[in-house]
Design a protein around this ligand. Structure first.
Ligand SMILES: O=C(O)[C@H](O)[C@@H](O)[C@H](O)[C@H](O)COP(=O)(O)O
Length: 259
């Protein structure tokens, strides 16, 4: 697992714009190398802010949108089209404005779909979809080029909350979550093993309310108490912060350029 790298931007708007530019380049490089790219989106304000910034980025259409696989790190288990669903918000922020191949947009199941209120069955179905897309030796999930995660003030990532059952999962790649402290309570989430299968994991943390979470997660806390600490990529773990979210980091962790 890669040690975390940090980049601190002036404010959350610039962080979103810079992260969007970074994502465009990463996708373009993956498509040039392998003919397609695979990205995991996150819900939340920072994730949606990045998508909105990407939509208005000058280089937006350097991406071949028809050869991009999109997955989700977590989803609120609500009816299809519910405004609180991460996929609904992603569509509004960007996805409905770019020519994606609908067959390559892998939304997590909705609560009014075939699994009804059986969120574990819905999670198992998504795990099967991931496994079907995985390559030999990928371990049940595709080798995502970039997996993005917003970071909660309590250090949660996806719907993995400190000390709750889902963060303890070591075998399954996708689980159902009930009783999530962040509403809505019922969710579907990738697990840490699935997150750690990604080539690169990018954690997005902007705002004063993330300062403590970033400091805890980056100062050696365990992943059960601080799930963000367990979100590591196989070849890269990148924390994208704004100055407010970085304000409580130990000086030793500050990137040299911002010392
Ligand atoms: O479904 C969700 O709510 C998100 O996936 C969640 O993990 C989010 O990324 C963090 O809570 C940060 O959210 P903000 O960026 O809005 O602070």
């Amino acid at each position: 697992m890669s040690a975390p790298q940090l980049v601190v931007h002036r404010d959350k708007e610039l962080m979103a714009q810079a992260a969007a530019a970074r994502l465009i380049t990463r996708i373009v490089d993956a498509q040039a190398a392998r003919g397609s790219a695979s990205v995991v989106l996150t819900g939340g304000r920072n994730g949606n802010g990045l998508l909105a910034a990407l939509g208005s980025a000058p280089a937006r259409d350097a991406v071949d949108w028809s050869r991009l696989d999109l997955w989700w790190g977590d989803e609120r288990y609500l009816p299809d089209g519910d405004p609180e669903r991460n996929v609904t918000q992603a569509r509004e922020a960007l996805l409905d404005r770019v020519p994606l191949d609908p067959a390559r947009v892998h939304a997590m199941p909705a609560s009014d779909g075939p699994y009804g209120d059986d969120v574990e069955a819905a999670a198992a179905a998504y795990a099967e979809e991931l496994a079907a897309a995985a390559g030999p030796g990928d371990g049940g999930v595709p080798a995502f080029d970039v997996l993005m995660l917003g970071v909660g003030p309590d250090t949660h990532v996806a719907s993995l909350f400190p000390e709750l059952p889902a963060v303890h999962e070591t075998e399954r790649t996708v689980v159902g979550v009930r009783g999530a402290p962040k509403p809505p309570p019922v969710r579907i989430s990738l697990t840490l093993p699935a997150i750690r299968a990604a080539r690169e994991v990018w954690l997005l943390a902007a705002g004063e309310d993330k300062a403590k979470a970033a400091a805890i997660a980056l100062s050696g806390a365990g992943e059960l108490q601080a799930p963000a600490a367990g979100a590591r990529g196989r070849s890269r773990t990148l924390w994208l912060l704004d100055s407010a979210a970085a304000s409580e980091l130990p000086r030793s962790l500050y990137p040299p350029a911002t010392a």
